[in-house]
Design a protein around this ligand. Sequence first.
Ligand SMILES: [Zn+2]
Ligand SMILES: [Zn+2]
Length: 162
Amino acid sequence: MKRLDIIATGGCQCGAVRYRTTQLLDNAHICHCRMCQKAVGNLFAALVGAPNDRLEWTRGTPATFASSDLAERGFCAACGTPLFYHGKDSPRTGLTIGSLDDPDLAPPGIQVGMEGRRAVIDLLATLPDCGTTETDMAQEAPVIRASNHQHPDHDTEQWPPQ
Ligand SMILES: [Zn+2]
Ligand SMILES: [Zn+2]
């Protein structure tokens, strides 16, 4: 598996858990398996590997759930954001691509867990476009912007700000 030397940071929605890796693997993928669907509360998981010895938890510690005897799932105990998949004894950790500060660093190249693939996935590109948060939720958007508790997409000295 090829390795990309790159500094990538990420973390959970509330900012209690942050990580930094100096290497990403070229295994970015979507997993459709039912275990991944439940673990991320979504139709599939998007994951990219980071070598354990290049991955550092720079703020907080993720909570874990052993989804089987072979794997654990990491998440923020404060806000619930799914952060990783880790196979027991594996030298790498599969970070959730959506938790990266820049998800575009790891565009998925393959899909696995096809037994769990939901039929709707085939239709995603055909769903009607109902606009952006700014247009579709015009009333709420300013309130959301003004009261945003989500940690920004970069490291911070202190969060939440005092
Ligand atoms: Zn959190
Ligand atoms: Zn899976």
